[in-house]
Design a protein around this ligand. Structure first.
Ligand code: CMC
Length: 377
């Protein structure tokens, strides 16, 4: 091969088509199945957006009720999954816990593994598997946080919808509607973002005709990294380091002199600002008011104003969601698992899309190692 056109990190490479979401960095917009994500976050429960991503249309009232009924059936933490989580060392990262739990869910699903020749599943089986994962992940995330705090498991409540029940299982108290609304918005904003690293990982695994659970487990591994989903957790570490708004300038002087990456800023696709940030920032504002924590907003605003002024690099979704999750009461280690609980909807929609018109994903590489040589005999 002579002079191949290598795009490191596949930057700028269009790999395939998708009908699930459209990111337009020029107009700073993100559409899920044609709907602006801001409109969905302002008007829909997360369950309806999950339905939209999987099926292409928002649900009717009956369809939403049916999805909610199925979701409730799969909410409780299965005994074998709880046992597996309990085997994960308490000082392991919760993403390792979630990855293990998701893998066990697959192994325990009678339709989910078995012969490698039929593991990829029918479209109906894959939709069922998607709903099962979507429904089961909140209890896994919630139990993870509780066991790290030495607290007992909290059983799900059938009278609460997805977001309120998620908060109930995590904190064991009836959540305030302001908090439920902010959390619901965050779930919708994190749900889908075209061919990001974890979604692409899921599509690569699906392209070998492997099963949906294996693709999700691989995606969880890709999401764990701080250049992707791990950034929301990293934002809180930065906030903790800085302490208060008055320290921002001095902290930034040092961080930039050390050429540190400032987590929660920058994006591979959006170069003029992340389309999801204003909606999540509004949710953060409502939480700051609800919990009466103006100093959080002061630090948030000072750091983003100063960093944008100095570097022209804008906040991404992880920047407002990190402090929002912190205000709600989630441990910093739980932030990326929350991203999993949301993005599993987008991943599974992409897995089904990939399976429906599959081509094995197998790119080429240009060899730059030692020239051919031989064993001396
Ligand atoms: N802090 C400091 N400098 C930055 C940052 C940042 N957050 N982001 C980009 N830059 C600089 C980078 O150092 C480079 O400078 P130079 O050209 O002088 O070497 C230039 O901007 C281009 O950066 P890049 O990393 O080559 O660009 P990319 O498109 O590969 O990076 C990114 C995108 C998200 C990996 C990067 O912006 C980053 O590392 N951000 C921090 C981590 C983060 O917040 N990730 C969450 C991404 S959004 C949610 C998600 O998808 O999971």
């Amino acid at each position: 091969m002579s002079d191949p056109d290598i795009r490191k990190g596949l930057a700028g490479v269009v790999v395939d088509t998708t009908a699930i979401s459209k990111v337009n960095p020029d107009t700073n917009s993100l559409l899920y199945r044609g709907y602006p994500v801001q409109e969905l976050a302002a008007t829909q429960p997360f369950e309806a957006v999950a339905y939209l991503l999987w099926n292409g249309e928002l649900p009717t009232a009956d369809q939403l009720a049916a999805l909610r009924a199925t979701e409730r059936q799969h909410r409780a933490l299965a005994a074998n999954v709880k046992t597996a989580i309990d085997l994960v060392p308490l000082d392991a990262h919760p993403m390792d816990e979630i990855r293990t739990a998701a893998s066990l869910l697959g192994a325990s699903d009678a339709t989910g593994s078995g012969s490698v020749l039929d593991a990829s599943g029918t479209p109906e089986q894959n939709l069922e598997r998607s709903i099962r994962l979507f429904a089961a992940l909140p209890a896994i995330v919630a139990y993870g946080q509780r066991r790290r705090r030495g607290e007992d498991i909290v059983a799900p409540r059938d009278d609460l919808d997805y977001s309120a029940n998620f908060l109930w299982m995590t904190f064991g108290t009836e959540p305030d509607p302001v908090v439920v609304d902010a959390f619901n918005r965050s779930m919708i904003l994190y749900a889908e973002h075209s061919f990001n690293a974890s979604t692409f990982t899921a599509r690569v695994i699906t392209s070998t005709l492997s099963d949906l659970y294996s693709a999700v487990v691989g995606a969880i591994g890709a999401l764990k990294g701080p250049l992707h989903g791990g950034a929301n957790e990293a934002v809180l570490h930065i906030f903790d380091e800085i302490g208060e708004a008055a320290n921002v300038n001095a902290w930034l002087d040092t961080a930039l002199a050390e050429k540190r990456k400032i987590m929660g800023f920058g994006h591979r696709v959006y170069k003029h600002g992340d389309s999801r940030v204003p909606t999540m920032k509004a949710a953060l504002d409502s939480l700051v008011e609800h919990y009466d924590r103006p100093e959080v907003l002061a630090l948030y605003t000072r750091l983003s104003d100063e960093f944008v002024a100095r570097k022209g690099i804008y906040p991404n979704l992880d920047y407002p969601s990190g402090p929002a999750y912190n205000l709600i009461g989630f441990d910093t280690l739980t932030f990326t698992p929350l991203f999993v609980a949301s993005r599993v909807t987008g991943w599974t929609a992409h897995i089904m899309e990939q399976a429906a018109s599959n081509a094995l994903i197998r790119p080429l590489s240009a060899y730059d190692g030692v020239p051919e040589r031989h064993i001396a005999v």
